[in-house]
Design a binder for this molecule. Structure first.
Ligand SMILES: [Mn+2]
Length: 466
């Protein structure tokens, strides 16, 4: 392990890029993949090297044909580590490929240059973080791109467990702050949508704080705020970012008191928010890292990753307008999923919740809806949601979501889904807290039971360890 060194890998990657005439970036379509791509493509084109991009949903036998068979340098970002055998099958030599990733590595016969944060013990740094470090290695003036590194990390929920970016991604944050386009609000209220969401809604639907009378109750949250003298201005509720420092203090301390009075934990009430100083108020969804990531994720989910990439490169015209319309549609569809789940209820297994939504919703957003439904159901158990795959009617798409507390008790959804999916001829991947799989439609029932059994083992292992 001693020869594994981040700096050496970054230098090697920079050297290969500098020596190339043309680069093709093959990247994943989520916020982390889109920001990774835009960091790398900007840094490389600034060198005068031509860059092209191919976005793919995942790297698998079905998407291989989308990768151009020319002699450009291929940079795989936010994917590739786990699919090195497929890259080999494409016939690429060792010196034609760089992998920029943070997923579990599965090396093949041929050794590729793999700059993967996991190799250096960095579990909380995503591909966009590594992409940024390569950009900085290429030219130290690329610090403006650190901001996108933050978006990618937050998009991949690298801050969820500790409620702040840590390790390498914290170092990237420092660069962004030095550059001057990012500001931290340290240990601020842990709510989502500080720039766009009416405050009562943000309070009612926070994932991490359970407040009787406010959680899942928008009018309760409104009454709470009115009681503190915060109310609608010209018929609209303010967003968190609109409040003055004193008003924020007032709301925060009242909430803390309220939570303590109800014997609930304040442990997850505070989080670091990352605000972007170079964005204008007219583009509110881009004002902070987590909402920026949502916008990019929605671009990817609706098969428009190039729109997201254009926004990352600064397009606030046509691309932004199109993405904004898509984001609204994205949100209303997620709301429909959420309502369907809460109206219809889920099946409760010993170690998880389960629901099948058939073909009612686009398969790209059911996982998000399930994650949001979790706090209204039983957040102590992970949720597994199934739906029809829009591409193939013999295939079922599986998504799982859980809460940070559940991860602490030893649960790993990525491990559970990939293990079970492999047993039934499917494939799965993702992260401990959020994972997905594709399985044959005719094994749904057995699959659900198997995942429940694996989760039982994961929960059990932590009990016997503690
Ligand atoms: Mn990622």
């Amino acid at each position: 392990m001693s020869d594994i060194c981040l700096d050496a890998d970054l230098a090697a990657a920079a050297e290969v890029i500098l020596a190339s005439d043309a680069v093709t970036i093959i990247s994943h379509i989520d916020a982390d993949g889109i920001t990774s791509e835009s960091i790398l493509s900007q840094a490389i084109s600034r060198l005068g090297i031509s860059v092209k991009t191919t976005f793919i949903r995942q790297l698998d036998p079905l998407t291989l044909h989308q990768i151009p068979q020319d002699d450009s340098l291929k940079i795989f970002s936010d994917l590739g580590s786990g699919q090195q055998i497929l890259i080999e099958q494409l016939g690429f030599e060792s010196d034609q490929v760089i992998i920029v990733d943070h997923h579990v590595s599965q090396p093949g016969e041929r050794e590729y240059l793999e700059v993967n944060s996991l190799k250096y013990g960095e579990h909380k740094t995503s591909a966009a973080g590594i992409a940024y470090l390569i950009a900085r290695e290429l030219d130290s003036t690329n610090k403006d791109l650190a901001k996108l590194g933050i978006v990618g990390n937050v998009g991949d929920m690298m801050d969820r467990e500790d409620l702040r970016l840590t390790g390498l991604s914290h170092a990237i944050l420092k660069d962004a702050i030095d550059h001057g386009n990012v500001e931290i609000w340290e240990r601020d209220l842990n709510i989502y949508g500080i720039s766009t969401r009416p405050l009562p809604n943000a309070l009612a639907y926070t994932d991490d704080i359970d407040i009787p009378g406010i959680s899942n109750d928008v009018s309760g949250a409104q009454r709470f705020l009115e009681h503190l003298g915060i109310s609608q201005i010209q018929g609209r509720w303010p967003v968190w970012q609109d409040l003055s420092f004193e008003e924020k203090q007032l709301v925060t301390s009242a909430l803390v008191e309220y939570v303590i009075a109800h014997n609930r934990s304040t442990e997850r009430m505070f989080i670091d928010h990352y605000l972007f100083l170079d964005e204008r108020r007219d583009y509110a969804p881009l004002l902070n890292a987590s909402e920026y990531a949502t916008l990019l994720n929605s671009c990817g989910r609706w098969s428009k990753p190039l729109l997201g990439s254009a926004i990352c490169r600064g397009d606030r015209g046509v691309s932004y307008q199109e993405a904004d319309i898509m984001l609204r549609n994205h949100r209303s569809k997620i709301r429909e999923v959420l309502e369907y789940i809460t109206d219809n209820g889920v099946s409760e297994y010993s170690h998880m919740l389960f629901i099948h939504v058939g073909g009612r919703f686009p398969d790209t957003i059911v996982g998000i809806g399930a994650g949001m439904a979790l706090s209204r159901l039983n957040p102590k158990k992970p949720i597994l949601i199934m739906c029809e795959d829009s591409m193939d009617e013999t295939v079922t798409k599986v998504s799982m979501r859980t809460k940070p507390d559940v991860i602490k008790s030893g649960v790993d959804l990525q491990a559970a889904l990939s293990t079970a999916a492999e047993r039934y001829g499917g494939s799965g991947g993702g992260h401990k807290i959020a994972a997905g799989a594709f399985i044959p439609k005719d094994v749904e029932r057995e699959f659900v039971e198997d995942v429940n059994r694996i989760l039982a083992e994961q929960f059990g292992a932590s009990e016997s360890n503690s």
